[in-house]
Ligand binder design. Structure first.
Ligand code: CA
Length: 403
C-alpha cells in the first residue's frame, strides 16, 4: 500500500515540477535572445524577477467561444448613446490636440476618437495583466512562439527606454496595452511622443495616445478628406460582386444599380457627390448581415481602420461611431432581426434585473460574459422563451414586464 501511495504522489507532483523546470530553462533561453537584441542584464533581471506562468493567460489563449456574437449585438455594444456622448465630450476637451493631429497626419478626428472609445473606453479599460508575465507564459508554453517572443522582446525594449513605468505595462492577456491597445511591436513602430515630454506614453498621456492612433491610421494608408464609405441601397434581388477585397470604381457600382443613401458617411453640408473624390474612386461592397441587412460601399479609409483590428465588424463599428460623433444618423436599413441588440446601459439593466431575481451574473458591468449568458438562459427557460443566452431586446422586455 505504501509504495502505491508513494507512486501516486510522485506521479502527481512530477508534471508540476517538470513544468517549473521547463519554464526556468525557457526564461534562461530568453535571456540569451534578449541580450543578443541589446537588452541589458539588469533590465532583463528586473523584468523577469519572480515571473511565474499565468494559467489564466493560457486559458484565454485556448478558449474558443462557443457563442458567436451577431453583428447587431456587436455594433449595439460599441456604438451606443453613452459612447457617442462620451466621445463628443472628448472631442471638445481635446480639441487642441486633435487639431494638431489632423494637421500633422490628415486623419479625421472623429475616427481617432472613435478608435480611442472602442479600444479602451476612452482610457478607462486598458487591461490589468502584467505584459512581461503574459508574454513569457505564452512563449514558454509554445503558443505562437515566434510572434509572442517578438512582442516580449519589444516589451523589454520599452522597459529599457523607461518610456513607460514597469507597473504601468499591463494590458490584455495577449499583450495589447494602453489607451490605444497597441501590441508592443506596434508601439515600437508607431507610438509617438505627441505631448513632447520626451516619453512615448500611450498609457498615461491622452495626447500621446491620440497622436499615436493618428500616426497608425496615417501609416495604414489614410486618404485625407475621403470618407470611409457610406450606406447604400441595393437593387432588388442583388446577386453581384461583394466583399472587402473586390474593388471597382464608383461608376461601375452605380451601373450595377447600387445607390448611395445620402444621409450616411458625409460631413455636415457635404454633398453625396463630394463625399468620394471621383467616380473613379475604388470601392468595395460589404454586407455584414447578407443582402437583407444594411450594405455599404467602403473606400481606402475603411481598410486603414481594418488595419487597426482585422475584423469587418470592428471597422464598421469605428466608421459608424465616427459618423455618429459628427452628428450623423443611425443606419437607414435595419438589421435583419426581430430581436435587435441592446446598448451597454441596457445590458447593465438586464444584469441588474437578473441579479434582483437572484441569478448569479457576477458584477453588473454591461459586459455579457459566460455567467450572464447562463443566467439569461435560465431566465428564458423559466419564461417559455427560446433559450439562447443572448441579451437582446426580447429578454430586456421580458425582464421589465414579467414577475
Ligand atoms: Ca509624451
Amino acid at each position: 500500500m505504501r509504495a502505491c501511495v508513494l507512486t501516486v504522489f510522485v506521479l502527481g507532483m512530477a508534471p508540476l515540477q517538470a513544468v517549473a523546470e521547463a519554464f526556468d530553462s525557457c526564461v534562461a533561453g530568453l535571456r540569451k535572445i534578449a541580450n543578443a537584441q541589446g537588452i541589458s542584464q539588469s533590465t532583463f533581471d528586473l523584468a523577469m524577477k519572480g515571473v511565474e506562468p499565468d494559467p489564466d493567460v493560457l486559458k484565454s489563449f485556448d478558449y474558443q467561444p462557443e457563442f458567436r456574437t451577431p453583428i447587431w449585438d456587436y455594433v449595439s455594444g460599441l456604438v451606443d448613446e453613452e459612447r457617442i456622448t462620451d466621445g463628443r465630450e472628448r472631442l471638445a476637451q481635446w480639441a487642441g490636440v486633435l487639431d494638431k493631429a489632423e494637421q500633422q497626419f490628415g486623419v479625421d478626428r472623429n475616427v481617432i476618437v472613435a478608435v480611442w472609445g472602442v479600444e479602451s473606453n476612452f482610457g478607462r479599460i486598458q487591461g490589468t495583466r502584467d505584459l512581461v508575465r503574459s508574454l513569457t507564459t505564452l512563449v514558454c508554453a509554445n503558443k505562437r512562439q515566434a510572434f509572442f517572443r517578438g512582442e516580449l522582446m519589444a516589451t523589454l525594449h520599452i522597459l529599457q527606454t523607461g518610456d513607460i513605468a514597469p507597473d504601468a505595462l499591463v494590458g490584455s492577456w495577449a499583450g495589447a496595452f494602453g489607451q490605444t491597445q497597441f501590441m508592443p511591436t506596434t508601439y515600437q513602430r508607431l507610438a509617438i511622443d505627441f505631448d513632447e515630454d520626451g516619453r512615448r506614453d500611450i498609457v498615461n498621456s491622452v495626447p500621446d495616445a491620440l497622436g499615436s492612433t493618428a500616426n497608425f491610421l496615417h501609416r495604414a494608408g489614410w486618404v485625407t478628406g475621403e470618407p470611409w464609405g457610406f450606406e447604400v441601397q441595393l437593387p432588388a434581388n442583388y446577386s453581384g460582386p461583394s466583399g472587402r477585397r473586390t474593388k471597382q470604381s464608383l461608376a461601375q457600382w452605380t451601373r450595377l444599380g447600387v445607390k448611395r443613401i445620402a444621409t450616411t458617411g458625409s460631413k455636415p453640408g457635404q454633398t453625396p457627390e463630394a463625399a468620394a473624390r471621383s467616380e473613379n474612386t475604388q470601392a468595395a461592397l460589404i454586407m455584414p448581415a447578407g443582402v437583407e441587412g444594411p450594405a455599404f460601399l467602403v473606400f481606402r479609409n475603411f481598410d486603414a481602420i481594418y488595419g487597426y483590428n482585422a475584423a469587418e465588424s470592428y471597422a464598421l463599428s469605428i466608421a459608424h461611431l465616427s459618423d455618429r460623433l459628427r452628428g450623423g444618423p443611425g443606419f437607414a436599413t435595419p438589421w435583419p432581426t426581430d430581436d435587435a441588440g441592446i446598448s451597454r446601459a441596457e445590458r447593465r439593466e438586464v444584469q441588474q434585473r437578473l441579479l434582483d431575481r437572484g441569478y448569479d451574473i457576477g458584477v453588473v458591468d454591461g459586459m455579457i460574459g459566460a455567467k450572464s449568458r447562463s443566467a439569461i438562459s435560465a431566465f428564458q427557460s423559466s419564461n417559455d422563451m427560446p433559450v439562447d443566452g443572448r441579451a437582446g431586446q426580447h429578454v430586456l422586455k421580458a425582464l421589465r414586464t414579467s414577475k
